[in-house]
Design a protein around this ligand. Structure first.
Ligand SMILES: [Zn+2]
Length: 379
């Protein structure tokens, strides 16, 4: 029996069909009504009605005719991909990167510069210049830009307009978005870097599923993803696994506590023997350098303890992203062999994987949030 609050109305089904047609169009080059009908298992009249609706909303357009052998020719449809775009800016302690993302999630322009973070007007002007440069490169007008996501390694207020914790950037807790956006003539907000990267990972996997995204870079952020959406928590800081204690009275963490996972498993621990260059560390490891191999072994032992904690809490898949995700593939078997010793319930580790979306995941995720909000607002 369906409870009263759970009744699915005719309107819900109509809207759900529209979203399914739109999502398939967003992940495809061109499709005919017949192809949509077959893939979504919806009737041809339902598909046609939804296609017309999406044309009216300015999201798709009919394009060429596909010649079918032995049958009727069919009209193809495509997304009007670049009509609406959003910009994602990823701010770290030493770099600024920027992407322009279209409604299909494609990067249509990007740049990355080395720039030490400083909370001064000159820095904000540089952000303004970078955004202007990528928008020009993307060949879109100001009106097409839905917004700019300033993705930062900080804890952020619910409205995205201020921060309240800034341990990684080594700043005072409160920073206002309006400081950063004074040279940006677009809607702007802060976005948490780990949440943004996990959003991109979930978006490109196309399946709403539950997993824990473990972003391991110079700092560590976790995000629980439930049914394809980040669970953010009461204070916007769910999944802060970097600050679980791995070692009693251990190394000092930037948060002020001792023995945090952050102090043992950030990629800075690895690149500490190669002048901060992570690629150089993995090059050494590949050459079987003894020091690198010993450090890697110790590092993985600490990492699997933290991963096991996540598995015990959530019983879900764990995806490793961030800088580490870019290098982890060849070492997964080594990680599994250690993880199996931690897990009391299984002899097979089939729940740890490496992120599929690796290119500017944080900046892309921040921009995708603007695009999805826009789509939801009009359908
Ligand atoms: Zn800590």
């Amino acid at each position: 029996m369906i409870e009263q609050g759970e009744q699915i109305t005719r309107n819900d089904i109509k809207q759900n069909n529209l979203i399914r047609v739109l999502n398939l169009m967003r992940s495809s080059e061109t499709l005919s009504a017949q192809e949509l009908s077959a893939q979504l298992e919806l009737s041809l009249p339902t598909i046609t009605k939804n296609l017309n609706e999406l044309i009216k909303l300015g999201l798709i357009s009919p394009c060429e005719i596909k010649k079918n052998t032995g049958g009727r020719n069919s009209r193809l449809y495509k997304m009007l991909s670049n009509v609406h775009v959003a910009v994602g800016i990823n701010i770290t302690r030493h770099h600024i990167s920027a992407v322009v993302i279209n409604i299909k999630g494609e990067i249509i322009a990007r740049t990355r510069i080395r720039q030490v973070f400083r909370r001064v007007e000159e820095y904000y002007r540089i952000i303004g210049n970078i955004v202007e440069t990528v928008i020009r490169e993307a060949d879109v007008t100001d009106e097409q830009v839905l917004g700019v996501a300033l993705v930062i390694p900080a804890l952020i207020s619910r409205d995205g307009q201020s921060t309240y914790y800034n341990g990684v950037l080594n700043e005072t807790p409160v920073m206002e978005c309006r400081e950063f956006s004074q040279y940006l003539p677009y809607p702007t907000r802060f976005c948490h870097d780990g949440k943004a990267a996990s959003y991109a990972e979930s978006w490109f996997s196309h399946e709403p599923e539950d997993f824990f995204y473990l972003m391991i870079s110079d700092s560590i952020i976790g995000t629980p993803i439930l049914s394809g959406r980040p669970y953010v928590g009461i204070n916007q800081r769910s999944g802060e696994i970097g600050h679980i204690r791995l070692v009693k009275n251990g190394r000092r963490c930037y948060c002020g506590k001792k023995g945090c996972m952050e102090a043992y498993c950030s990629t800075k621990e690895l690149s500490s023997i190669t002048d901060g260059n992570l690629a150089a560390f993995f090059a050494l490891l590949q050459k079987n350098d003894e020091q690198a191999a010993a450090l890697w072994d110790e590092y993985l032992h600490n990492l699997v303890i933290a991963i096991n904690d996540v598995r015990m809490l959530f019983d879900c898949n764990i995806v490793i992203g961030g800088y580490l995700g870019e290098y982890m593939d060849p070492y997964l078997d080594q990680l599994y062999a250690m993880a199996v010793d931690e897990d009391p319930f299984t002899d097979i580790i089939d729940y740890i994987s490496v992120c599929k979306y690796k290119t500017e995941a944080s900046a892309t995720g921040g921009a995708l949030m603007y695009l999805d909000e826009y789509v939801q607002s009009i359908i």
